[in-house]
Design a protein around this ligand. Structure first.
Ligand code: HEM
Length: 129
């Protein structure tokens, strides 16, 4: 007997509730991170909300970010911030910690991090650390 394959990564990992938990765990970890914390505003809630909308769409859920803000152009939106290879690694490290904190199953955690690695490294826009 075979199960029907999941529609999207979004559904497979648990949809809205899981993505909400992810971003709520992620930003406090980011804020504590010496490499990337200082890039973020103290009032993190607006960023957290945008990330919820964006990840929903990025993982194959409804296009909440585009509905609210238009074309994501995420690399362009990150250009004002100096993103180095080290900072991309730090961002992914914070996400890994967040996923562990919320008890994400190993194979799902791996898949999520794999999917996020592509944009993270694509957003690198400066040399050095
Ligand atoms: C590679 C390392 C990354 C760094 C250092 C970084 C840093 C930042 C910073 C500083 C902001 C702006 C915060 C503000 O509004 O002042 C931001 C916004 C954002 N980031 Fe990243 N980011 C990274 C990777 C990613 C990745 C991989 C994604 C998603 C796949 C992502 C999604 C977003 C979103 C959705 C926003 C809000 C954009 C908006 O203003 O509409 N970021 N990021």
């Amino acid at each position: 007997m075979t199960e029907r394959p999941p529609e999207s990564l979004y559904e497979w990992i648990g949809g809205e509730e899981t993505i909400r938990k992810m971003v709520e765990a992620f930003y406090p970890i980011v804020q504590q991170n010496p490499q990337i914390g200082p890039l973020f505003p103290e009032d993190i809630e607006p960023v957290q909300d945008k990330q919820f909308l964006f990840l929903t769409q990025f993982f194959g859920g409804p296009p909440l970010y585009s509905n609210a803000y238009g074309h994501p152009m995420m690399r362009a939106r990150h250009l004002p911030f100096p993103i180095t290879k080290e900072r991309a690694d730090a961002w992914l490290g914070c996400m890994k910690q967040a996923l562990e904190q919320i008890g994400m199953e190993d194979k799902k955690k791996k898949m999520i991090l794999e999917r996020l690695s592509a944009p993270a490294y694509h957003f690198i826009n400066r040399d050095g650390s």
